[in-house]
Write a protein that binds this ligand. Structure first.
Ligand SMILES: *Cc1c(COP(=O)(O)O)cnc(C)c1O
Length: 356
């Protein structure tokens, strides 16, 4: 830290991303919920020499063609679509627009960035504990005052709240924004999109990072009332209107055109997830009912910290949240390919013999 940093940033404790090691070909990487499959062939063929030459030009700041494609795919008005450089940017802009020196509400066990953004914009946070079984306390969220940030399905628990409960939260106070972060919805979650026509305080946030094999391209999108979208555009045009590069815009469009390919990828992940979950249960783990591309598991006899280390020594990387009181005996395991998960389960079964 330099002596120039303003005091309000000294106290900031930034988000810790999952490890992104080099030489991943020798690793089984199950720690940041990426898709194990590559983008669709048509997406991979979209980058030509001409598209690279065109990089000398600024991208379209309105992202009109990609917005049109998303509006067509999801049946939402073009003016109700928002694009960003990863969905983290959308979360940040929402915190900036609605919570600066105001109030934010989120669960204790959820996406770690909500806490970081709240502290960045100086929001007063109401942190609502999940129930003992890691499900969301819907009544407490309804009662709490302030902009709500709800990951659904939740991370790192994987658990999905039914649409009726999400609607209860959105309806509990129509004079506040309820942001539903649907980063994992394509793996079997129930989307809040159908509520959009009835609630102008709902903001649904999505990403191409998890189900669309584009984490490295950075592309997030959101759906909301035209008024909320215009709030976010106001913030974006006040920071960086060219926030999505030309290549990513193009790849995003091609991705939307190849929906069937991605549906087959997410179907495969769901199948592998259920198979892996059953194997973990057979090994004595407790595992939440995940509707995502990861599993949240703990073992009564083998501490998560030691399993994490033993797996890492053998070249398998999973996510371990050492600093979180309610998660520190759990592992969050991304669902990789069928073959990766077979290796993972075999390795885990060997490691467990040291503890039982
Ligand atoms: C991964 C993730 C994000 C961030 O996604 P990007 O689009 O890659 O920024 C947001 N919310 C949740 C719950 C996530 O797991």
């Amino acid at each position: 830290m330099s002596r120039f940093l303003l005091p309000r940033f000294e106290a900031l404790s930034p988000y810790t991303p999952g490890e992104q090691p080099r030489g991943i070909d020798r690793l089984i990487k199950l720690n940041t919920n990426e898709l194990p499959y590559p983008p669709a062939p048509a997406v991979r063929e979209a980058i030509t020499d001409q598209t690279l030459c065109d990089l000398r030009l600024y991208p379209d700041p309105t992202g009109r063609s990609l917005k049109r494609a998303l509006s067509g795919l999801y049946g939402v008005g073009e003016n109700q679509v928002y694009l960003a450089n990863g969905s983290d940017d959308i979360l940040y802009f929402a915190f900036l627009a609605y919570c600066t020196a105001s109030k934010a509400v989120y669960c204790d066990v959820t996406y770690g960035f909500y806490r970081v953004f709240a502290s960045l914009v100086g929001a007063e946070s109401t942190v609502v504990p999940l129930k003992e079984d890691y499900t969301v306390d819907v009544d407490a969220l309804c009662r709490a005052e302030g902009t709500v940030f709800l990951a659904n399905p939740n991370a790192p628990t994987g658990i999905c709240l039914p649409l009726s409960d999400v609607e209860r939260i959105v309806a509990s106070d129509r004079d506040r924004v309820v942001l539903v972060d649907e980063a994992y919805v394509d793996f079997g979650g129930e989307s809040a999109l159908s509520l959009l026509s009835d609630y102008d305080n709902l903001l649904v946030v999505r990403t191409f990072s998890k189900s669309r094999a584009m984490a490295g391209a950075r592309l997030g999108y959101a759906f909301a009332s035209e008024a909320i979208i215009s709030d976010l555009e106001r913030v974006r045009y006040s920071t960086n209107p060219y926030n999505i590069n030309r290549l990513t815009l193009l790849l995003g469009e091609k991705t939307v055109e190849n929906e069937a390919y991605y549906k087959s990828c997410t179907d495969r992940i769901v199948k592998t997830r259920e198979k892996t979950r059953k194997e973990l249960l057979d090994l004595g783990f407790s595992v939440t009912q995940s509707r995502t591309n990861f599993l949240f598991a703990s073992h009564p006899k083998a501490p998560a910290a030691e399993l994490y280390r033993a797996l890492k020594e053998r070249g398998i990387l999973v996510r371990y949240f050492a600093a979180d009181e309610r998660c520190k005996n759990h592992l969050r395991i991304s669902v990789g390919s069928e073959e990766q998960m077979q290796v993972f389960c075999a390795m885990l079964s060997t490691i467990l013999k040291e503890f039982i």
